[in-house]
Write a protein that binds this ligand. Sequence first.
Ligand code: Q9C
Ligand code: ZN
Length: 357
Amino acid sequence: MISFLAAEHNQHQPAYEFWNSRPEPSVEVPARVEAILQGLEKAGLEAPSPVHETDLAPLVPALERIHTHSYLDYLQSAYARWTAAGGDPAGVMPFVYAGRRMAGKPEHGLARPGLYAFDMGALIVKGTAPAANGAAWTAKRAAEALARLAPVVSQTGVYALCRPPGHHAGSDFYGGYCYLNNAALAADVLRTVNSGDQFPRVALLDIDVHHGNGSQDIFYKRSDVLVVSLHMDPAVEYPFFAGYQNERGLQSGEGYNINYPLPLGTGDEAYRVAMHDALDQIARFGASACVVSLGVDTFGGDPIGKFNLSRDIYPKIGGWIAKLGCPTLFVQEGGYNLTHIGELVASVLAGFEQKIP
Ligand code: Q9C
Ligand code: ZN
């Protein structure tokens, strides 16, 4: 399976996130990429092709279809404006949020983060924007490769090794280690490639253990991208305020957003049942391509995820997805067990290629 990776990910090294009033060491670290590379190699999967683009300008037309202009402007300039305004050089983190019925939109470098961040889990350091841009480029390159390959190779799969991840980033907000929504960008690129005729209906299947609230937000009023997410019940876990079953889409998008909130401790069998329901929905939708937000923080040994999946289910997950018969783009999201992340990711990809039952 061909895959892509931008070296700029390494510029994003946030030292901490806030959780339960305390700074905690980041789990979303560059070593995740190294561990995934080793996993791919060990499984005999080919090494990712380097993505060299770092310039944002040529990516803006595609990005502005999923993120607002003002949010993109914020992200690119946040660190410089923060430090210029006296912000701590350790990174950008809001300390006053734009609360309900507070409609002011000041430009001040210390104020703006409170307009766009929805949590205290996504520090912006000096290299965050370049890294996020590299990940977005990676997703776009991968989507374009999938579009090129799909007519000539049956059962095409492509892997985008994106870091930082993206599924918590919405049209004008960020959080949960995510800044630009790589998977949403890929899905929209697939929708629009070749005048939009090649893939009229795209499914975004989110199997990260956390609800993909950003992806849900971006496609909530669209019927051409079906968003399906399996995740820990938000009533008791992050991101708490989205991911419920009654969130089904709005206007033309009504019925095109499907959430599967699952109990903490969910194991292989319950997960298999939910996943098959999700895949049935995607088949019924008539997806012409599928983007998978591939988080492996569903693993029982993950330090922050609270599902209990065993390593044996990951090749099967890949095989079940393969049964859809769609050209499929895997986009890396979470997964924080550095000992196992490589094996888990490679298992899904190999399971897809080998159609493991
Ligand atoms: N100590 C992704 O997986 N922080 N984001 C939980 C627990 C928020 C996860 C910290 C989790 C965000 C892409
Ligand atoms: Zn996650």
